[in-house]
Design a protein. Structure first.
Ligand SMILES: Nc1ncnc2c1ncn2[C@@H]1O[C@H](COP(=O)(O)OP(=O)(O)OP(=O)(O)O)[C@@H](O)[C@H]1O
Ligand SMILES: [Mg+2]
Lengths: 295, 337
């Protein structure tokens, strides 16, 4: 009877020893390699700091102007441009300018990093079924594992600061761009691809001339998702030393400041909406040829 | 057909399914397409096809839907690898070609029009037509200049800056045609290239095709559902059923001596007067006059025949030599067989 009611588990002492062993060896690993890894990521840190300072030190009217221009370039909509500029103005007016700039910096750098890693990975997955079968489960883990869990080894390795924060954001935000790049390329019409083959296109010519252009709407949906997920990580990242809108939110949680929390939370929502609408509009414009309207 | 063929297809088999090699022997032993599907869940695409296409020839391939026409034509530039058999172009075995050699074959020697058009939806018509030339490595300027010529030739000038989705089906088909013709390849592979065209434009495009074949000595493989088109265009016609060639020959051969009931069914509605020519009916002595060339269509000869003395005409071959006579009764019988 005993056998059925108590689960046959490893002894408590053995289990503790196992955990201690793993911890110790990881600690040894980070002591040995921590500095090298930090050095490896140093250029990233430099770039992040530089970009952060650039945003903070540029006079606010110029930043507003640049934001307006970018939104216009992406969406070609006056309404959206005006809305975005007004929203940023309100954010500044309510005293959240600095934090918003820091968040903007880390989101931008994280997105660039995710694109730089994610699109080539997605292409690789699309071209090889074997790569797909290896990478897919990794992406599944990255998407489902609670973010606090991978914060632990990242912090053990790199301590607290912007780079570990950036890495945590990227781990969380990378999967959609990889998946959607892969999907987009795999969904390209076989008849079109066959025609390219029949005219003697090399696989490079097919990739850049046919597959990527036709996958662009999906790739853009991936970039959009990546940005959204990066924004969702802002608060968690601030727990390990990333500046930005997450910091006041954390403070609000521990001190029960309702207004502070809501205002900064809303600022994150506003950023998300602007990023989302602009990148979706841009993605739609890329598909002009599908609708059959002129240009 | 004494000259060496431009394209030689020998004992070609294509079986679709998980293990084609395993069932190949059963197919060779004569298992039918339906039985193969029922017993092994493999689809018989091509069944022991051998065709020789001479240089500058126009080979028509016909057959009902699903008979394997598209599958066969895709073997010529090896978009599909056969299960067994041999494909030789200009004396070179296509199946032994390296990746790069095959790419060059596709760039410079063959050119294809697709049943489903296969246009690049994200490029404008001009860039679509220029595509083959750009892949060949021609400069954008040269490629686009040539593309413009062909766009005009297929009657689409003014549409250079439209996207394929903005064009009608027939217009898209002509874009596909222009794209294939622009590369100036020796061999044109045309999979139902005119199926979406209205009769007027269709006749015009057939004219362009025959012109190209005569003037530029292209070798053309032409798939069609339309028997009248086949009979008008083809020097040689192959009729497929269930992946196998059941009859091969000139239009006259097929109309005068259909190999079986399937083909008899196939040709029962055609205008025989516009297919059969005097040369095929020559019998008995020739009168002094009138003399008609042997490639006169029966429909055109009837008037002369009915007015000739004893309703009989002499028939002369291309060199002008009289080869015999034909009478009105024979001609009418041939038309109403
Ligand atoms: N990729 C494939 N996988 C499995 N079966 C195929 C494949 N391609 C073609 N087939 C089969 O091969 C046969 C011939 O098809 P094919 O497309 O060559 O016909 P077709 O003569 O061109 O017909 P249509 O006139 O309708 O275009 C069909 O039975 C089809 O089911
Ligand atoms: Mg077909």
């Amino acid at each position: 009877m005993d056998f059925l009611t108590t689960f046959p588990s490893m002894g408590r002492a053995d289990l503790a020893a196992l955990r201690r062993g793993i911890d110790a060896s990881f600690r040894d690993f980070s002591r040995e390699w921590g500095e090298a890894i930090e050095a490896f990521f140093h250029p990233l840190l430099r770039f992040l700091v530089w970009f952060d300072n650039l945003l903070l030190n540029t006079p606010w009217p110029i930043i507003l102007g640049v934001i307006g221009l970018l939104v216009w370039a992406g969406s070609r909509s006056w309404l959206m441009t005006l809305g975005a500029v007004a929203a940023f103005f309100a954010i500044g007016y309510f005293g959240m300018w600095r934090d918003t700039m820091s968040t903007l910096a880390i989101i931008s750098v994280a997105t660039i990093l995710c694109i730089a890693i994610g699109i080539p990975l997605g292409i690789l997955m699309a071209r090889s079924n074997r790569a797909q079968s290896i990478i897919t489960p990794v992406l599944d883990v990255m998407q489902t594992i609670p973010s606090f869990v991978y914060l632990i080894p990242v912090v053990m390795l790199l301590g607290i600061g912007r780079v570990p924060g950036l890495i945590a954001v990227c781990i969380y935000a990378l999967p959609p761009i990889v998946r959607l790049t892969n999907l987009g390329i795999r969904l390209v019409d076989r008849d079109v691809l066959e025609a390219a083959t029949a005219f003697g296109a090399s696989s490079w010519q097919k990739l850049w001339g046919v597959q990527i252009p036709l996958a662009l709407p999906n790739i853009f949906a991936g970039i959009n998702q990546t940005i959204m997920m990066a924004l969702a990580m802002v608060v968690i990242a601030s727990m390990i030393g990333v500046q930005g809108l997450g910091v006041p939110v954390l403070r609000a949680i521990s001190n029960q400041y309702l207004a502070l929390g809501v205002m900064n939370g809303l600022a994150i929502v506003v950023l998300a909406i602007i990023f989302d609408r602009v990148s979706q509009r841009y993605g739609q414009r890329l598909q002009a040829h599908r609708k059959g309207q002129n240009q | 057909m004494s000259q060496t063929p431009k394209i030689k297809i020998r004992n070609l088999y294509k079986i679709f399914g998980p293990a084609p090699e395993k069932v190949l022997d059963q197919v060779r032993a004569g298992l039918s397409k339906d039985a193969l599907l029922a017993q092994t869940n493999h689809v018989l695409g091509i069944n022991n096809v051998s065709i020789d296409i001479p240089p500058h020839g126009l080979q028509v391939i016909m057959g009902l839907s699903g008979s394997g026409k598209s599958t066969l034509i895709r073997h010529i530039n090896r978009l599909i690898d056969p299960t067994a058999g041999e494909i030789v172009i200009d004396g070179e075995d296509v199946l032994r070609m390296s990746e790069t050699r095959l790419r060059d074959l596709r760039r410079f020697t063959t050119s294809m029009v697709f049943q489903k058009f296969g246009l690049l939806p994200h490029r404008k018509i001009l860039q679509n037509v220029a595509y083959g030339l750009l892949v060949q490595g021609k400069s954008t300027q040269e490629a686009e200049a040539r593309a413009r010529e062909w766009i005009a030739r297929v009657g689409l000038d003014g549409y250079e800056n439209h996207y394929p989705a903005q064009l009608s089906g027939g217009m898209q088909q002509r874009v596909g045609l222009a794209r294939a013709l622009a590369t100036d390849a020796d061999i044109l592979l045309m999979d139902e290239a005119f199926s979406a065209l209205d009769p007027l434009i269709r006749t015009e495009m057939q004219g362009i095709l025959l012109e190209l074949q005569k003037e530029l000595h292209k070798t053309i493989v032409f798939i069609t559902h339309d028997l009248d088109e086949a009979l008008r265009l083809g020097d040689n016609i192959a009729i497929l059923r269930d992946g196998a060639v059941i009859q091969q020959g000139s239009a006259q051969d097929i109309v005068l001596a259909p190999a079986d009931a399937y083909i008899r069914d196939f040709i029962k509605d055609i205008n025989r007067g516009r297919v059969l020519r005097l040369g095929a009916l020559v019998k008995g002595p020739a009168p002094e006059a009138p003399v008609l060339p042997d490639d006169t269509m029966l429909a055109d000869a009837l008037m002369t025949l009915s007015e000739a003395p004893q309703q009989r005409v002499a028939v002369a071959d291309k060199a002008g030599k009289v080869i015999g006579g034909v009478d009105l009764k024979t001609a009418i019988r041939a038309i109403h067989a």
